[in-house]
Design a protein around this ligand. Structure first.
Ligand SMILES: [Zn+2]
Length: 470
């Protein structure tokens, strides 16, 4: 994500809970340090197939989700992260299941008729009513940092789930390590459109209502699932190697946005060259939504910006466009194992965003690094080190600067050629998987033949900002 105005950080109260494995195998959490109630390691989701019926004038949507998952241990019950108006039916492997929705705990507890066996796939079907007015804040999220997650936009809505709010959209395992293929099938009045990450597979109109079906080719983390309903104009282009590029911009601003949207194929080529590896998904593009939110999000295959930002006629000052594009590699194709690894995503996105801007009419890269260093120096005592954010909101903006300066120093130490090889190797090794800080250190050490552990860990975990790498 990129927050143009960094919000104030609140004091952290990091709660830890411990769960003990017991015989009956009831539901357990995922062990996330910052979000102890979020997610589960009891199963591994392979795909979500979500259906919404959108109607103007109400925040309620008749909805369903079909989940295909694999049990990682034998289970008599399990939980999904969920917030909804109501759940009206749940089945597991085709048999009706007992269930309890608790919007206070943000959980849907499910007890299947037959226990789930370790290592075997299972299928859950949930019929529910989504309510776009239900938007509980993340735990410990500071009062002054208000985000809407179901963003009212373009006579419809768009999604902003990062880091831990995507389960407001549909029941899911809302942790970045459990990636899944996501399908949205959305029925809207025919004068509106639905756009989503991945590729449009079908579009059918019956009786004045149109159903759009989009599916991602690859598994994506839940925090970057994107779907928007509204009035959009599609802008098509070709990226490197014939990559289909499609963007959807708020119709009144689409013409003005063309100058910046037309930069995308060149940005894709630039990023591929820097990272020495092809863009990881089947398509790319941007979503331009109407409200001015001071926020951009790396939605998988469809980065979200405000249309006003895209409509600025200048082709300079577009570091944020490259920032969100680089997240498609770092954060989306290679997701973070836990939110304590978020610098892997934000540090890389910020580093290459700054580097691109320096070759494109922006400040010099040394200036960018100096500003990032000063930012880290000032904010690390409050935000915590990049690998140990103090508070839930620091995940969104507190790891960018420290991560980027670490990468700058790393590239100085090993040289640009080896640095590129580290980046390339890391992406190739963890593409469509999740990775930890230790995984990155291991790759850096192996590729460079040096022990860079002390250098990297000082930047990622030290309470005070290390020396500026020379
Ligand atoms: Zn970001």
């Amino acid at each position: 994500m990129n927050l143009r105005k960094l919000p104030l950080a609140a004091t952290a109260v990091a709660m830890m809970i411990s769960t003990v494995a017991v015989g009956p195998a009831t539901a357990q959490g995922s062990g996330e340090r910052l979000y102890p109630n979020l997610g589960s390691n009891d199963y591994d989701v392979r795909s979500y197939d979500v259906a919404y019926g959108y109607k103007p004038g109400t925040t309620l949507m008749n909805s369903s989700v079909d989940i295909k998952a694999l049990a990682t241990r034998s289970l008599s019950s399990f939980s999904l992260d969920a917030v909804a108006k109501q759940v009206s039916a749940v089945s597991v492997n085709g048999l009706p299941a007992e269930y309890k929705l608790d919007n206070g705990k943000e959980k849907l507890d499910i007890t299947p008729k037959l226990p789930l066996l370790r290592g075997l796939p299972f299928r859950v079907r949930i019929a529910f009513t989504a309510d776009r007015s239900l938007q509980p804040k993340a735990p410990q999220f500071p009062e002054q940092a208000h985000f809407e997650h179901w963003i009212p936009a373009n006579d419809g809505f768009a999604l902003l789930g990062q880091p831990d709010r995507s389960h407001l959209f549909f029941p899911m395992n809302d942790i970045p390590s459990d990636k899944a293929v996501v399908t949205f099938r959305v029925t809207v009045p025919s004068d509106l459109q639905a756009v989503a990450g991945g590729t449009l597979r079908s579009k059918k109109t019956v009786g004045g209502r149109t159903t759009y079906v989009y599916t991602t080719r690859d598994p994506i983390p839940t925090d970057v699932a994107q779907l928007a309903v509204g009035h959009f104009t599609e802008i098509k282009a070709r990226g490197p190697h014939g990559l289909p590029v499609r963007s959807y911009v708020d119709t009144p601003q689409a013409k003005a946005a063309k100058t910046r949207v037309d930069l995308i194929p060149g940005q894709l080529r630039w990023v591929e060259e820097q990272l020495g590896t092809r863009y990881p998904f089947e398509t790319y593009g941007v979503l331009g939504i109407r409200p001015e939110l001071n926020v951009a999000l790396e939605s998988a295959t469809l980065s979200m910006f405000t249309a006003g930002y895209l409509a600025i006629p200048e082709t300079t000052g577009v570091a944020v466009m490259v920032h969100e594009l680089v997240h498609q590699y770092f954060g989306n194709a290679v997701s973070v194992r836990s939110w304590d690894d978020m610098w892997l995503s934000e540090g890389h996105a910020s580093y290459y965003g700054g580097l691109y801007a320096s070759t494109n009419g922006g400040p010099s890269f040394e200036d960018f690094v100096k500003r990032a260093y000063d930012f880290d120096l000032e904010n690390r005592p409050v935000y915590g080190p990049p690998g140990r954010p103090a508070d839930t909101i620091d995940v969104l903006g507190g790891t960018n600067a420290g991560g980027a300066v670490m990468l700058y120093g790393l590239s100085k130490q090993v040289g640009p050629k080896t640095f590129r090889q580290i980046e390339h190797t890391f992406i190739e090794r963890y593409r469509n998987k999740s990775a930890t800080t230790q995984d990155y250190i291991d790759v850096a050490n192996q590729v460079s033949g040096k022990d860079l552990t002390a250098y990297i860990t000082s930047w990622i975990y030290a309470k005070t900002t290390p020396e500026l790498p020379s």
